[in-house]
Design a binder for this molecule. Structure first.
Ligand code: 5GP
Length: 181
């Protein structure tokens, strides 16, 4: 099963995903490629950091399940390992989600929403992005939320981390056992 986790910057997506994967050994998190530079304090393994040239080469080789350009940088999901029988979690933007859903309409698609634009802006400004980057991310957030809803995502307002994680875990369980709910 493919689990697509979307949500605008500052919604706490990374934290929720890390908890889900830590709590469930049947999940694994795909590591994306990006041409973005590493943020201060960002772990070395958050992404595979590559040049635009390397990324474009990988596109030419059909190396990505999906990829998209977000605020001037490329992000892409390498093809998941076909021999891994765990469920893969993709933490991607809505453009990428649209591509995955086209190939795999049965994927579980969750959209995390911030409790308010103020909370989101505060989180974004606090996390080490250059201020103009943070402002651009805030500006695109509403459009991302609207597009995610249009694509049929299950929307969860992330106003309480434990509750959000529990809700996502329940959705994953339900998706693994269709018909029991
Ligand atoms: P950030 O720069 O904040 O790490 O990521 C910017 C946006 O790109 C976020 O919405 C993040 O989820 C998304 N993203 C990360 N990896 C991928 C990917 O492999 N594909 C796509 N389409 N988006 C990604």
């Amino acid at each position: 099963m493919i689990i697509v986790m979307c949500g605008p910057g500052g919604v706490g997506k990374g934290t929720v995903v890390a908890r889900l994967v830590a709590d469930d050994s049947r999940l694994w998190l795909s590591r994306s490629w990006t041409t973005r530079t590493q943020r201060p304090g960002e772990p070395d393994d958050a992404y595979t950091y590559v040049t635009r040239e390397q990324f474009e080469q990988h596109i030419a080789e059909d190396g990505f399940l999906e990829y998209a350009e977000f605020l001037g940088n490329l992000y892409g999901t390498p093809w998941p390992d076909a021999h891994d029988d765990r469920d893969v979690v993709l933490e991607i933007d809505v453009q990428g989600a649209a591509q995955v859903l086209e190939r795999s309409p049965e994927a579980l698609f969750i959209l995390l929403e911030p409790p308010s634009a103020e909370v989101q802006a505060e989180r974004l400004r606090g996390r080490g992005d250059p201020p103009e980057q943070a402002e651009r991310r805030i500006a695109v957030a509403q459009g991302e939320l609207a597009e995610g809803r249009r694509l049929g995502a299950i929307c969860i307002v992330n106003d309480d981390l434990d509750r959000t994680v529990a809700h996502c875990a329940q959705l994953i369980t339900d998706a693994r056992h269709p018909g029991l709910g």
